[in-house]
Design a protein around this ligand. Structure first.
Ligand code: BDR
Ligand code: CA
Length: 313
């Protein structure tokens, strides 16, 4: 089996961390590098958190890069109110000793895509789209070499989670999102409409804890923290586990269902900034530019997570 090559672009974030662990536990995937962006917390913390996750999983060989420290146009908006001050609150954290690579994340993305002109590389995007947009602007030639971009972001029927109309990742850098959605690169979008169906119930969190391994217990501790805020907000039994859907889709696309349609990004309106305008009924006449996922077999999603995270130490 040849493993599928991916780059994970991320702003960890507890749910980003679980997504990274899922990738590390999956032999079908070859993670070429982790590129960090400012989002849930500032860049200094997201790159630190990414290295903590690598060390947790025994992957100190993984190249980790720092990218954009702020969005393209707007000032950075962060989400400590959801993820805690560190971005990874819950478990006890440590100062990672594995190095941060010197190369800028955007340069790594460009270089890697130029080295893989056969379209072998998939970009998995778990945070604001700043690094990806900057790479596409810096080196437009890479667009045709990207296999596809699978991203967590946006929403339609579910509304927004940072404003009534906008999902966090798109809201933080709507201008970058616009560049990506207009790039012509095949896009698979995991919006709130889908991620609100993958809920971390107490029983599911207990399954991670019961693994007894470092990675299992760490995951349970992260999700228990993450859950507090979202339970209050949504009144549900647990919290939506957003980002791991990006990786799970690569492993088990058959558990997802959606539609090819057009999505445009709102960058002008004060009220609706960062909204994803999703043409579900195809009324705009605009050509489809994304696969918008709306349904998932949530039990199969969690079974996959249990199975793969259990393989880590
Ligand atoms: C997205 O925003 C972040 O808080 C999460 O990590 C996820 O990527 C959900 O809106
Ligand atoms: Ca994220």
């Amino acid at each position: 089996m040849t493993a599928r090559k991916i780059i994970i672009d991320t702003d960890p974030g507890q749910d980003d961390a679980v997504a990274i662990l899922l990738a590390f536990g999956s032999p079908e995937l070859e993670v070429l590098g982790i590129t960090c962006v400012a989002g849930n917390v500032p860049l200094a913390k997201t790159q630190r958190n990414a290295r903590i996750i690598c060390e947790l999983a025994g992957r100190t060989d993984m190249p980790v890069f720092a990218g954009a420290s702020r969005p393209m146009v707007r000032p950075l908006v962060t989400a400590e109110h959801v993820h805690g001050k560190s971005g990874l609150n819950g478990p006890e954290l440590w100062d990672p000793t594995m190095p941060l690579r010197k190369e800028h994340a955007v340069d790594f993305i460009v270089k890697t895509l130029r080295l893989n002109r056969d379209g072998a590389v998939t970009l998995c995007v778990l945070g604001p789209l700043t690094n990806i947009a900057l790479a596409l602007i810096k080196a437009p030639d890479i667009a045709e070499h990207i296999h596809e971009i699978v991203l967590m972001g946006g929403g339609s029927f579910e509304g927004g989670n940072i404003t009534p109309m906008a999902e966090f990742n798109i809201y933080v850098d709507p201008h970058a999102a616009k560049v990506v959605f207009q790039s012509g690169v095949p896009l698979v979008v995991m919006p709130l409409d889908l991620t609100h169906k993958t809920i971390t119930t107490r029983k599911r969190v207990a399954r991670f804890k019961d693994m007894g391994s470092k990675a299992g217990v760490f995951t349970a501790e992260m999700l228990s923290f993450f859950e507090r805020f979202d339970q209050e907000k949504y009144g549900s039994e647990g919290a939506p586990l957003h980002d791991p859907n990006v990786i799970a889709y690569l492993l088990k696309p058959g558990i997802y269902a959606g539609r090819e349609l057009n999505i445009e990004i709102e960058t002008e309106s004060a009220l609706c900034l960062g909204a994803t305008v999703v043409d579900w009924w195809r009324v705009s006449g605009r050509a489809p530019n994304a696969m918008f996922m709306r349904d998932v077999d949530d039990d199969a999603f969690f079974e996959l997570l249990f199975e793969r995270i259990a393989t880590l130490k």
